[in-house]
Design a protein around this ligand. Structure first.
Ligand code: SME
Length: 167
């Protein structure tokens, strides 16, 4: 796929994810359907999913792919690195990343995007590929946009449930 097609593919994903999440009322369902849609659009990936930060652990959330490591103690692995650095981590070759946690030995590259809610880390979106150097600046740019959309909908759902609990 060339750059223009990749960009258009991400724009379609953004339109679809916005439509899907607009109607969502439940946080867990939102994450589950978001993982499914991202897996469908972001090609050449073998794992797409969420880890959610609870105390000092990253707990496995909804995902598409093979059984994954759970929980991850914050401090080890690419996901933790993203949480601690508060930024997206792109790993061209996971075998060269010290501390990488190999849930699936077929994975060769990875991207982890932190999810912020009210300026605090809520969790991460983690995507793996069997190809080396799968994730480019374009992937990082659009996946950060997508995580922004997911985050704004989680915030909306959390606010709605807060309001409901007050009535
Ligand atoms: N490789 C990740 C662990 C999660 S799996 O890739 C699904 C890490 O090093 O944090």
């Amino acid at each position: 796929m060339n750059l223009i097609n990749k960009k258009n593919n991400y724009l379609n994903l953004i339109t679809n994810i916005e439509n899907l999440l607009n109607q969502e009322q439940y946080e867990l369902s939102l994450l589950a359907n978001a993982a499914s849609l991202i897996k469908e659009y972001v090609l050449n990936t073998n794992w797409v999913g969420f880890y959610l930060l609870k105390d000092n652990l990253l707990i496995l959330g909804p995902f598409q792919g093979r059984v994954a490591c759970n929980p991850i103690i914050v401090g080890s692995g690419v996901c933790s690195h993203s949480v601690l650095q508060k930024e997206t981590i792109v790993v061209k070759d996971v075998h060269k990343f010290v501390g990488h946690i190999a849930c699936d030995e077929q994975t060769n590259s990875e991207i982890v995007v932190p999810i912020f809610i009210n300026n605090r880390i809520y969790g991460v979106l983690d995507i793996d590929s069997k190809s080396f150097n799968r994730f480019s600046k374009l992937d990082k740019y659009y996946l950060e946009q997508i995580v922004g959309i997911i985050s704004s909908h989680i915030k909306r759902i959390q606010l709605q449930s807060e309001v409901k609990s007050l009535i």
